[in-house]
Design a protein around this ligand. Structure first.
Ligand code: ZN
Length: 213
């Protein structure tokens, strides 16, 4: 079997960084990579402290749930990751966090509108809110995909954040931008009413970054 050492290491390091930068707390959140050619998903294990997690703890599995290699159970949210890889061929990396500012908007049942120019190149536009799905189900993937057609992040209702990308480096920066936009939106609301980017500016930015609406 192909050696997944590099993938395991990247996942472990990304998960640890997310923990240290407080995008997740406790053992919440999960990180994965998908080797589409061989149909293998590498994902963080269930309930393991990020500070002791080693590359060898990362679980290798197929999208139907069959574990190929691993000394732990895969993340309880493996179906959310698998469901996205199965339907979106452009996605090879997924990060799920509970970053606090963004998650607080999911609790308000609000998405985050386009308040910052960086949201266009990094997130594809606003940060939509997906419908509620029970933890651990494929429904979470379906609900997220429904609002991420031309976006690469969304808020999971009363739960957290989901970010997709072509690499974990790219997905991680996006996860940081989601939290940054949520934080700025939160702060601006403390001192007034946030003003959104105007439609003609949005149109120019979409053109500049080759984005669809
Ligand atoms: Zn979660």
């Amino acid at each position: 079997m192909k050696n997944y050492q590099e993938a395991r290491k990247t996942i472990q390091q990304t998960a640890l960084k997310a923990y240290r930068e407080q995008l997740v707390t406790g053992t919440s959140g999960n990180v994965s990579l998908y080797d589409r050619e061989n149909g293998i998903m590498a994902i963080t294990p269930s309930n393991l402290d990020y500070q002791v997690m080693a590359p060898e703890d990362i679980v290798l599995m197929e999208l139907d749930g069959a574990v190929v290699e691993g000394r732990h159970k895969p993340s309880s949210e493996w179906r959310m990751h698998a469901g996205i890889y199965a339907k979106r061929e452009d996605v090879t990396a997924i990060i799920h966090t509970h970053s606090p500012y963004a998650t607080s908007f999911s609790v308000l049942h609000e998405g985050i509108p386009v308040i910052l120019v960086e949201m266009l190149p990094f997130l594809g536009g606003d940060i939509p809110l997906s419908q509620f799905g029970m933890p651990g189900t494929f429904e979470l993937a379906e609900n997220a995909l429904a609002v991420m057609k031309s976006r690469n992040s969304c808020l999971l209702m009363n739960h957290g954040v989901l970010v997709i990308g072509k690499s974990l480096e790219q997905a991680y920066v996006r996860a940081q931008y989601v939290e940054d936009a949520a934080r700025i939106c939160h702060y601006s609301r403390q001192i007034g009413q946030p003003q959104l980017l105007e439609e003609n500016v949005l149109e120019a930015l979409r053109e500049k970054y080759h984005l669809t609406r």
